[in-house]
Ligand binder design. Structure first.
Ligand code: ATP
Ligand code: SKM
Ligand code: MG
Length: 172
């Protein structure tokens, strides 16, 4: 398998799990958000603030396609919204791709994101009540796209190592 793709809502653990999986499988990890920041030479927050979300979504699609077309074996951690724009969800079932949805509940996401929202422009200005409501609605709207992944791993109440093991079983 050339590309292992991890996807799911902000805070579900894509970057954390991909890093661990990368160490365990000895396959390099590429974080799509970081690649976009490199390419634009701006942080995600700066891209949203100065260029707007539509510009970001076009760049996100372009960088995702470039990564998929590269010949290297890679673990790719998508951005939280990647599968939901520009028909990117259709790329989750491409040749040589294993796509895995890291599924987290609203409560898990709220807990993780409320302590860590400054780098996430879609939620950075929201208070706790607004954020919980936003996550619930947004996750519901996005679930159709996340469910296009080939595999699904529930992450609630699991340690990072447990999630990594679950993924290794799927890939074995
Ligand atoms: N299985 C887990 N158990 C406990 N905490 C976890 C687990 N997985 C991730 N976390 C924690 O949840 C937070 C969010 O994780 P991470 O940044 O990896 O999410 P992400 O999906 O990459 O988010 P984003 O889409 O915003 O980049 C981090 O603080 C991380 O340490
Ligand atoms: O869920 C989203 O739409 C986003 C998630 C992040 O990973 C970044 O890609 C950006 O903040 C947008
Ligand atoms: Mg991440």
């Amino acid at each position: 398998m050339k590309k292992i793709i991890l996807l799911g809502y902000m805070g579900c653990g894509k970057s954390t799990i991909a890093n661990k999986l990368s160490q365990s499988l000895k396959i390099p990890f590429v974080d799509l958000d970081e690649k976009i920041e490199e390419k634009a030479n701006l942080s995600i927050n700066e891209i949203f603030d100065t260029r707007g979300e539509i510009y970001f979504r076009k760049l996100e699609h372009q960088v995702f396609v470039e990564l998929l077309n590269s010949p290297d074996k890679q673990i790719i951690g998508l951005g939280g919204g990647t599968p939901c724009y520009a028909n990117n969800h259709e790329l989750l079932n491409g040749e040589n791709v294993a796509s895995i949805y890291l599924k987290a509940s609203i409560d898990t996401l709220f807990r993780r994101l409320s302590t860590n929202k400054s780098k996430r422009p879609l939620i950075s200005q929201k208070n706790d009540v607004e954020m919980k409501e936003f996550i619930a609605t947004h996750l519901f709207e996005r679930s159709y796209y996340y469910n296009q992944a080939q595999f699904k791993v529930t992450v609630d109440e699991k340690t990072i190592d447990q999630v990594v093991l679950d993924i290794e079983c799927i890939l074995a």
